[in-house]
Unconditional design. Sequence first.
Lengths: 601, 313
Amino acid sequence: MNTPPSNAAPAREQGGRDETPAGGRAPVRRLLRDPQAVLSAGVLLVVVALGLLTPFITEHGPNQASLEAINDEAGTHGYPLGGDKSGRDIFARLLHSVNTSVVSALIGTSIALAVGVTFGLIGGYYDRRLRGVTEWVFSLVMTFPGLLLLIVLLPVTRGDYRVTMMIFGVLLSPGIYRLVRNLVLGVRNEPYVDAARVSGLPDRRILGRHILYTVRGPVVIATAFLAGASIGVQSGLAFLGVGSSTVPSFGAMIADGFTNFYEEPLQLLWPSLALGVITACLVLLGNSLRDVLEGGRPKPSRITAPSRRPTTGPAAEADPPGLLTVQDLAVAYPTPSDGLNEVVSGVTLSLRAGETLGLVGESGSGKTQTAFAILGVLPAEAVVTRGSVRLDGRELLGLGERELSGIRGRAIAYVPQEPMANLDPSATVGSQLVEGLRAATPTPRREARERALALLDRVGIADPRRVFASYPHQLSGGMAQRVLIAGAVASRPSLLIADEPTTALDVTVQAEILDLLRDLREELNMALLLVTHNFGVVADSCDRVAVMRQGRIVETGDVLDLFRAPGHPYTRTLLDAILDEHAPRTDPPGIADERPLKEVR
Amino acid sequence: MILHVLRRLATGLVLAVLVTMITFLLLSTSFDDIAGSVLGSSATPARIEQQKAQLGLDRPVLVQYLDWLSHAVRGDFGLSYFTSEPVRSAITARLGVTLSVVLAALLLTAVVGVTLGVLAATRGGVVDRVAQGASLFGHLVPNLLIAIGLVWLLALRLHWFPATGYTPLGEDPTRWAASITIPVLALTAAGAASLTSQVRGAMIDELRKDYVRTLRTRGIRPRAILLRHALRNAAGPALTVLSLEFVQMFGGALVIEQVFALPGFGSYAFNASLQGDIPIIMGITLFAVLLVVCVNLLVDLANGWLNPKARIR
């Protein structure tokens, strides 16, 4: 994980999959541009065409046996691929098997679609009670081993592969049912469906017109996979010997070839190849369809320090005094057309020890990206194009993830915006605190636990032991934020970066959290970089303020000066905007601490 | 907690009753043929009626089913029409073969699928492409062909493992392991393919979540974040896929047992179905459903352990 960041360039790493979002151009045209789609669809068309033309291009029937043709060489006696061990024309049997496969795929797929789509629409669109029933029935079908059932029901189907494929279609339907149900649940409350309902369209019409329209893409994709599954199962059953021996099928041919393998290995090869090519083409076509209709699949992202462009930036400049110095920092993201889109363009900031700096700007101004860049936790695709971030004189940009994790937690810490999303949902609060403590400074487990409990107490949690053992979903937002603050200050960092720490909280809790931050800052003599869009918060807590707009710092200054005489017109607009509102907090700080805390739910 | 397990078991039993009942009703449409096949091809219609009466197949279907059910509840699954072998002991004897193959394949699937999925999701680049390619291959090639390909390569060309046959575990553990290796590999290929894509997707989703970033800012090492946090959160959906894989593999084992001449559940079911041996068919159906119920319950409990929100308090 400690790869030098210079060679990462994660944007290029995944190769040239088309990033155009779905729905940009006409799907059919995009499909035609995809070589994989064209090739697999082409092969399938040729195979199906050969199957349809079978009577015209074969000389022998599929079951017509001739003693002379037994294990015949390819190309003799009008047997293009030779004869099998019973003297039947392998070529003719292959083509007839294609037809069997096509029929199997048609039956299996159409039954699965008919059953799955119908009940999916009903289950998704109508009320809960009806859905409960369909849900139960389909999960019942889903839990049963399909192939076993097909075999168990042999006495019923009497080996007719068409009947078998009908049952198989029913067995495949739960997948389609769930797919359609989820899609319908997703769109049934969309405004256009509501509008149709209000305008008095009957449910039947709404389902048929509006909802079926949105589910058609995913269903088309699933169809390719259903066809592949049907053909695979039909061949498997035929291989086992289920069904009439007069029906030519890849499975039966493979079984014949398998027993005759030592004498004539090619007899096994032909049907295997044909079956393999057909199913492979169906899967590849399905994948292409998915990429075209639903956009590319998600790409992996490494946990790694941000990549950085080699830079000729201000390297050996004399260090300005202070704890944190950010100079000419720029962060960019790759665009689909291989360009770079700068979101932070040359930010310069500095923070002295113990000082509070407010970083203010409207959403999208690059505040959070700046904070992440300082912490070294930008998303993997982000690129730091230039600049420098120095903490206590040490350059952070260019450090690997391992070196950074030694600094994070100990020297620099972070309080996030959305408390709930920033705790691991499946680990207890206590284990997360202890883990962080021990990562920053090696501590015996017992000691770390005591310290975590003391921290919880310090951040104003009424029942530390109970919260220690709780899971995040059992906490209120305010308590979760206290837990996160406890985790951030656990190892007494010299710099705390708080990214909109109160935005996601109830108004009543916001003031308490700000007070807590301010108290902790004084107690631990931390510097605080407070990212916010709220000038009220700035007026309340900050010594200095930097105003950010479109990736640039437009104005920096002392809070009082800036409020009194904003220099930049943008600052003035922002100030005017908040002055219309009520003062953000009116309560004296003392009261906040005595207010009862939210109980553990 | 115990109440929850009991409730799940109860629904499982209802499921078992329903599935066996439906199977029996479907089978009842072919009782004439079955009586005929017990007698052989020269049977006269009168003999067939007589045989049906003897087997009890002439009674109302529901009465027959309830009769079967009341015996099955007491552990009596009846005797095979053809061999007069007690069905229960015959099934349990063969179940061991199938389960050793399926469970080994399931374990291997979990290991391979999780490893490849995690690597693909976190390394990106070449590793991701190789893992995705392997997963695609498992999807592309039917199970049957993979089995045959493995026999050809590992048994016929390289002579590493026997091509067919089964050695019981109690007899010789090494030869037992050798005899199930190729079947297990063949079953794993398809299962690992879907698990890999599932784990990859779930890990990518998890690693994009906010808590991962916050854990990083605490100075926690990437490896610990990956394995202790992200993987644990991604494991829930992966487990569900794994339980569906189990059901799939149980079906897939039928074909595999035939290819490798393993004396398992599948080949037994297959022969019984060809002959219309109703006590065996019913016994096998019931065993399969109960097995699936048990696996689903285990997955459910594991999910509760992994995901505190789903935990029953």
